[in-house]
Design a protein around this ligand. Structure first.
Ligand code: ZN
Length: 150
């Protein structure tokens, strides 16, 4: 991905848009028409390292490219995935989703169970990865709140 346009054929994708900071490529092999990749031209490895003008423009670029993908693919939604553990050049997978389509809409591995809470919200749990104690989750929330206050 660091090679930009020069690497696109090898990665079975075509560039469909660019500006001075970002480029969008679309897969030309795969299960989903319009499945695309938004990536900074500058080498930024991971989403937690995003900074500078790319950080300042991400929202606008993400909204614009996702809206175009949704329209062109006639999708209900555009899923956004960021992993980072196999390619160390930041890229957002922008995946047009249709009900019943091939995308996995769950973030948790394993055999999943859905439980409707009194509020109407649906909680998804995995048999292989049961929920942690609530105190652990509340402690994480407290640490994040404190970290982001500074
Ligand atoms: Zn790179």
């Amino acid at each position: 991905m660091c090679r930009g346009v020069q690497g696109d054929a090898e990665l079975a994708r075509e560039q469909v848009w660019e500006d001075e900071l970002w480029r969008l490529t679309t897969a030309v092999v795969g299960e989903i028409a319009g499945f695309s990749y938004l990536e900074p031209k500058r080498h930024i490895r991971y989403v937690h390292e995003l900074d500078g003008p790319e950080a300042a423009t991400l929202g606008t670029v993400l909204a614009r490219t996702s809206a175009a993908i949704k329209e062109v693919a006639d999708a209900e939604l555009v899923y956004v995935y960021v992993f980072g553990d196999s390619v160390d050049h930041l890229h957002f997978h922008l995946a047009p989703h249709h009900d019943g389509g091939p995308l996995n809409g769950s973030m948790i591995k394993g055999d999943l169970t859905e439980e409707t809470l009194p509020s109407g919200a649906v909680m998804v749990t995995s048999a292989q990865f049961p929920p942690l104690p609530e105190i652990d989750l509340r402690n994480a929330a407290d640490r994040l709140r404190a970290s982001l206050q500074t």
